[in-house]
Write a protein that binds this ligand. Sequence first.
Ligand code: GLN
Length: 275
Amino acid sequence: MNPEQLELTIGWLYPTLMSTYGDRGNVICLQQRAQWRGIKVNVMPLDRDAPTEQFHQVDVIVGGGAQDRQQEIVMRDLRQGKAEAIAQKIEAGTPGVFTCGSPQLLGHYYEPALGQRIEGLGLLDFVSKHPGPDARRCIGNVVFEITASRLAEDLRKMSEDAPLVIGFENHGGRTYLGEVEPLGRVISGYGNNGEDGMEGAFYRNAIATYSHGPLLPKNPSIADWLIQTALAEKYQTPISLKPLNDVLAMQGREAMFKKLGVKVPAVSAQRGPKN
Ligand code: GLN
């Protein structure tokens, strides 16, 4: 399809409540990378005043991190039918990237540092628990390898770059997976809980991760995977995006790999997506 005929609606979950950790960068990255290809983009903020119908209109969902208190307010609002809308979208294959506080809401529950357990959507089989206000937070740069099989395979087709993700994590909550597939294997940093070496979760086309960064500008192949998958699902036809010049992002990745002592083949750190 001609890019000018394509339109992408990005649903941004609760920007006024869930923008504490810079995850707006993921929205800007998706918007810009789609626009650079001539694709028309709408950014739809899904705040408390957004009607439930709007949740059904989005092609890709972005959810950011939040503090415990804001997560509780969001969860209360989601219970008015919006939770079902998100669940339906995810089950139907709408892609999304959910960071830190957002995935905690997609799981069975989140136990905050103080106060009552917040029941989640139960869509992804995991639980998240904060060990309390005195517990050490998991903060710092994180590198992980994508192991979620379908995503890893798609990323390898799109780019010769190793499916290594660079991000920055900042969470008190620890997530423990049940049957859901992990997103990746931690190479440097804490990941889901600092114990089992797993990072995030991958379900249908939803990426759940503790990685801020923000994630997408630092890992442009994932941004392109989200755009491509969103458009392919929407128009029910395979979509191939024209390559962009990602030299600066690749140099940034290379510098971070070096700083963190992560070995990757030099050529892969320099190449952009070849899709
Ligand atoms: N409040 C949650 C925690 O501390 C989420 C934090 C975040 O979104 N970065 O685990």
